[in-house]
Write a protein of this length. Structure first.
Length: 173
């Protein structure tokens, strides 16, 4: 149903009388912006994710090493969210990895824990994986400078979380 301009204006005036006067444009702390209308585009301050990130618990490995599964690899360490593995995965090696952790250098896939048998430093990979499998690649969610929220959006809990993730402490509403 299309409204005439006069009818739409009348509805806006009626609703604003019920909710109080419009406050105009202002900058507020992001955590106080819930329910407000965004008056600026919000851009990503860096690539998201900022690193290749594991989407499953398992073992980070080179896809070329495990394409002929079953195969045994040497576990050389572990990567956890907040505590990345700092070395590099070489031929015949893997790193135990938790969901959300950065994928170590040299690894290009994550074998799910359910498809492995680990015993000490030896890991038997029972099912092969392709390159990038079980990984969210760096910048896949947003490139640096990409618009993540549009001017005119109402800010709810999800949008406030997104503001926090891109480092916005204040926002124009």
């Amino acid at each position: 149903m299309l409204l005439s301009f006069e009818t739409a204006l009348s509805i806006v005036r009626e609703k604003s009388a019920e909710t109080g006067p419009l406050r105009g444009r202002e900058t507020v702390p992001s955590h106080e912006a819930r329910g407000r209308i965004l008056d600026e585009d919000v851009l990503a301050d860096r690539e998201y994710p900022p690193f290749n990130r594991a989407t499953r618990d398992g073992f980070a490995a080179r896809a070329a090493d495990v394409e002929a599964a079953p195969i045994r690899l040497e576990r050389i360490g572990e990567a956890r969210a907040g505590r990345p593995f700092t070395g590099s995965v070489q031929v015949g090696q893997c790193v135990e990895i938790m969901t959300g952790a950065p994928v170590p250098e040299g690894a290009d896939a994550v074998v799910m824990a359910e498809h492995t048998r680990a015993q000490g430093r030896q890991v038997e990979v029972l099912r092969g994986v392709r390159a990038s499998e079980n990984i969210v690649c760096r910048g896949a969610e947003a490139a640096r400078g990409a618009r993540v929220l549009r001017r005119g959006q109402r800010l709810g809990a999800g949008e406030l979380a997104l503001l926090a993730s891109v480092g916005r402490l204040e926002v124009v509403v």
